[in-house]
Ligand binder design. Structure first.
Ligand code: PEP
Length: 248
């Protein structure tokens, strides 16, 4: 039985002061034994956030990470820096990073491999544009993203990965995929993992849905058999995040 995982993606929001206030507000609201709870926060907030969640059920994640160990990569954050700061998860290949920062399936794969090498769980994002959906190529597109993201990843590593299916047209738009649309793609992702690896890996890997998840739609989405929780943007910055975590 897979444990649900609900992760907030704070994006480029929250100064250190604001972050600490939000964590204080959300701490009691996201308490849960049934769901893994992750706050993926801006790099500058990671260290104070890790300190602030000590003794709670909240884990801190990063929103990005570079695939080299160290060196002349101005502005980047290395896997070791994240591990040393107490980070357990890292979002990789979010559509905003693909669109604005030229990330590709190949750089996603390098980052996924690096995250595993350092014991950080990657939350690997995939998703189609509205045009791709309208052209009927959603599943082909997602399968390609998944196959490249998992190149050279072992089955044991893949079992621990989290995949976030995030249709680009649903991110930050208030347009949520219907639970059937989300389930169709999450099911296809699980099938693809089964083809790459085996039944056991497909059974264990956790697949989130992301795209305008809120307190009103979380329960229906998370009830679907192949949806193991959510990656949540806007609503992760509000008390509503507590309702999403405790969606039942
Ligand atoms: C996201 O940032 O991954 C996301 C899904 O955003 P939102 O929930 O705001 O659509």
């Amino acid at each position: 039985m897979r444990k649900k995982i609900v992760a907030g993606n704070w994006k480029m929001n929250m100064t250190k002061t604001e972050a600490l206030a939000l964590i204080d507000e959300l701490k009691p609201l996201v308490a849960s034994d049934e769901v893994d709870v992750v706050f993926c926060v801006p790099a500058i907030d990671i260290i104070p956030a890790v300190e602030a969640v000590k003794g709670t059920n909240i884990e801190i994640g990063a929103e990005n990470m570079y695939f080299e160990e160290s060196g002349a990569y101005t502005g980047e954050i290395s896997p070791n820096m994240l591990v040393d700061a107490g980070v357990k998860y890292v979002i990789i290949g979010h559509s905003e990073r693909r669109e604005y920062f030229a990330e590709t399936d190949e750089t996603v794969n390098k980052k996924v491999l690096k995250a595993f090498e350092h014991g950080i769980t990657p939350i690997i994002c995939c998703g189609e544009s509205l045009t791709q959906r309208e052209q009927g190529i959603t599943i082909d597109w997602i399968r390609q993203q998944i196959k490249i993201a998992f190149l050279n990843v072992t089955a044991d590593q893949a079992k621990k990965a989290v995949i976030a299916y995030e249709p680009i047209w649903a991110i930050g738009t208030g347009k949520t995929a219907t639970s059937d649309q989300a389930e169709e793609v999450c099911g296809a992702i699980r099938e693809c993992i089964k083809e790459i690896y085996d039944d056991a890996t497909a059974e264990e890997i956790r697949i989130q849905y992301g795209g305008s998840v809120n307190a009103g739609n979380a329960a229906e989405l998370f009830a679907k058999p192949d949806i193991d929780g959510g990656l949540v943007g806007g609503a992760s910055l509000k008390p509503d995040f507590g309702k999403i975590v405790n969606y039942k």
